[in-house]
Structures are given as C-alpha cells and as structure tokens.
Design a protein. Structure first.
Length: 148
C-alpha cells in the first residue's frame, strides 16, 4: 500500500528478508504524453539494492545505482499502463537477523561472521526495497545546432 524500507516493517521476517520482492501498479497515461518530441523518464526515487523494471509486459531495464531512472519513451501507452518493479537486496539483513537467533533456528549457514569488523549481531540493518517516490518525468526534446 505504501513504499518504505523493509527494515521498518512490523513483521520481523520482512525486516530481515533477503531476496526479491515485486511491486505492481496500474496507472493512466494521457494521450498527450505519447506526442512527437515528448520524452518520458521513469524515476524510481530510491531503492536498495537493484531493480528490474517491466512496463506493459516489456523489459525496460535494470537499475543498480542512483539516479534510479530509466528512459521509458515509447513504452508508455495512452490509457491504462502496468508497471512492475522487482527489487533485490543483499543477504546482509538475513545474516543480521540470524545472529539474534539460536543456531538451530537460523536460515543461513556461512563462515562469514563479521561485517565492517563487527559481529553480525552488532551491524545495523540496510534499508531495503523500493523507497520511492516513483514518478514519471516528462521532458521535451529539442535539437540545437551548436555549430552556428
């Protein structure tokens, strides 16, 4: 229902989740946005740690560093559009969560017991997920002759 870090979720399993989550939304696009010369960027705001974008069933690219933005010119359709964003994080939050559990209840097995010189139980959680804000940014393209 709203964007935010998985680490702020009320459920411990989500706070310490490691893997991929998919966000989906349908939205309306006015016909003017597909006119000649109008460029559209999809700005995902902020996310951790990488995301794959699908717009109207078409792979639109992968983002892994700021700005988390893709050119979606030509992928938007007048009327209803469907956006899917799959976000993957690292396994650090799962290791941090496991550090607070008895050995028999841990979900991971690793010989890596520290991060940044600290035991996993003392490491802060990494913000994870699609943090947003997600927005479409229109821009008008114009050719400029710089040789004159």
């Amino acid at each position: 229902d709203k964007l935010g870090s998985w680490t702020e979720h009320e459920m411990e399993a989500i706070r310490h989740y490691s893997g991929i989550a998919r966000y989906e939304i349908e939205f309306e696009v006015p016909v003017e946005w597909s006119e000649e010369g109008v460029r559209m960027d999809l700005d995902l705001g902020s996310l951790w740690s990488m995301g794959r974008v699908t717009l109207n069933g078409r792979d639109s690219g992968i983002v892994w560093k700021p700005p988390f933005r893709l050119d979606v010119t030509g992928l938007l359709e007048p009327g209803t559009n469907r956006l899917e964003v799959e976000v993957a994080n690292t396994w650090a939050n799962r290791l941090i969560g496991d550090a607070g559990l008895p050995a028999g209840e841990r979900r991971t097995r690793t010989n890596i017991t520290r991060s940044g010189g600290k035991p996993w139980g003392e490491v802060a959680l990494n913000e994870s997920g699609l943090l947003g804000p997600v927005r479409l940014i229109p821009a008008t393209s114009r050719r400029v002759n710089l040789s004159e």
